[in-house]
Design a protein around this ligand. Structure first.
Ligand code: S3P
Length: 419
């Protein structure tokens, strides 16, 4: 019998890690950041900020990272954002308020990802942006910005945060509305640092004030998007119980837990506390029999990065699961909508993308076959979870991509089944 047991601690939250490194680089004085994600994406943010003159100590497991905020200056001709969409889009916001020219680029996957969703509002604020198409590389000349009230066509925390960062560095008021509420880490951090952030009827506003950004100390909670893989592996096991410690449970991020509950698996939250304005808990999970569900368009932003692993779980449930309006998955690190469906079919499950919806039919045939991850970390981890079933024979096209968001993923997955 395949039993789970023991305790795992997911790595630091990726979204919060990017934001605290950026804010610390913009702050006056020395900030101390603990619990940062040591994955490649956060290292990309630190690299780009160092290229702009920020003083950031080495990011490694267990280390408190020291950041000495300085006035940003252009040091390098090209800022390389690696695989990280968050680095590219949030940095565009930061650069919009700087009085120099900078060119941003990234790896092949990042260069394919849309940037106009961010450059469009930044242009309306007065940033001068030179582009060759809807993507990187881009050259931005920031400077004197004007106020913006913007209604975003996509529910994207990256778009919202880029505009908030432009308001912050350009010292102009901004107001943003979005079709559904996306993750609110930027808003929470602004509030935590005493920066003028307000919400009214779903509209988020930033109002500049004369005071500069204060330096700060923060402990980044564990990433629920990484914890989701361990929770999913535990749900698929045949016995035992797993404790996942120190997980951020911000309600704009916990859609995975809500949907898991509807599918028949209960995750208990214990030891609830607050860390730098973010709710944190330890999670207890046990194996469960799953059933299909409908995931609504409004729920998608709260679990957008968990669709691959939820889809894997849905393929083991009873009946059909539908994810509504997941067209955004086409422009993530890979075309996740098509690749989730194609890979589920490749291992013998029934799955199909119809328009912008994803349909999965649950079953209990042993999953067997080769999975093409397209170097997408979340596809690699989702299908590795499927591979923990005793009947499974899953071959991943590569495993290295997990270093983007969860460097110790395979060690932790093993640990869940070690006791
Ligand atoms: C992120 C927001 C999401 C998410 C990404 C991280 C962020 O993207 O998919 O992994 O840190 O703001 P969108 O805001 O583009 O949906």
């Amino acid at each position: 019998m395949r039993r789970v047991g023991g305790v795992v601690r997911p790595p630091g939250d990726k979204s919060i890690s990017h934001r605290v490194v950026m804010l610390a680089a913009l702050a006056r004085g020395k900030s101390e950041l603990s619990g940062l994600l040591t994955g490649d994406d956060v290292k990309s943010t630190a690299r780009v900020l160092r290229q702009l003159g920020a003083d950031i100590s080495t990011i490694r497991d267990g280390a408190t990272v020291q950041v000495a905020g300085k006035r940003l200056t252009p040091h390098a001709p090209r800022l390389h954002c690696g695989n990280s969409g968050t680095t590219a889009r949030l940095m565009l916001g930061i650069l919009a308020g700087q009085k120099f020219v900078a060119t941003l680029t990234g790896d092949a996957s990042l260069r394919r990802r849309p940037m106009r969703r961010v450059t469009e509002p930044l242009r309306q604020m007065g940033a001068d942006i030179e582009e060759r198409g809807d993507g990187l590389p881009l050259t931005i000349r920031g400077g004197k910005l004007r106020a913006l009230t913007y209604s975003s066509p996509v529910a994207s925390a990256q778009v919202k945060s880029a505009i908030l960062f432009a308001g912050l560095t350009g010292q102009v008021p901004v107001t943003i509305t979005e079709p559904y509420r996306s993750r609110d880490h930027t808003e929470r951090l602004f509030a935590h640092l005493g920066l003028g952030i307000h919400e009214r009827d779903g509209a988020i506003s930033y109002q500049p004030s004369a005071v500069s950004i204060p330096s700060f100390t923060v402990a980044v909670p564990g990433d629920i998007s990484s914890a989701a893989f361990m929770l999913a592996a535990a749900v698929l096991a045949e016995g035992g119980e797993l404790l996942v410690e120190n997980v951020g449970v911000n309600p704009t991020r916990t859609g995975f837990l809500v949907v898991l509950e509807r599918m028949g698996a209960h995750v208990e939250r214990i030891n609830l506390r607050d860390e730098g304005g973010e709710p944190v808990a330890d999670l207890v999970v046990r194996p469960a029999r799953l059933r299909g569900t409908e995931v609504t368009a409004a729920e998608i932003p709260t679990l957008v990065d968990e669709v691959p692993v939820l889809a894997v779980l849905a393929s083991r449930g009873a009946g059909e699961t539908v994810f509504r309006q997941v067209g955004e998955l086409r422009v993530k690190e890979s075309n996740r909508l098509e690749l989730v469906a194609a890979n589920l079919r490749a291992v013998g499950a029934r799955a199909e993308a119809r328009g912008n919806d994803l349909y999965i039919e649950g079953g209990d045939a042993p999953p067997k076959g080769r999975v093409e991850t397209a170097s997408d970390h979340r596809l690699a981890m989702a299908f590795a979870v499927l591979g923990t079933l005793p009947s499974a024979d899953i071959r991943l096209s590569e495993k290295k991509s997990v270093a983007i968001s969860y460097p110790n993923f395979f060690r932790d997955l093993k640990r869940c089944f070690a006791s």
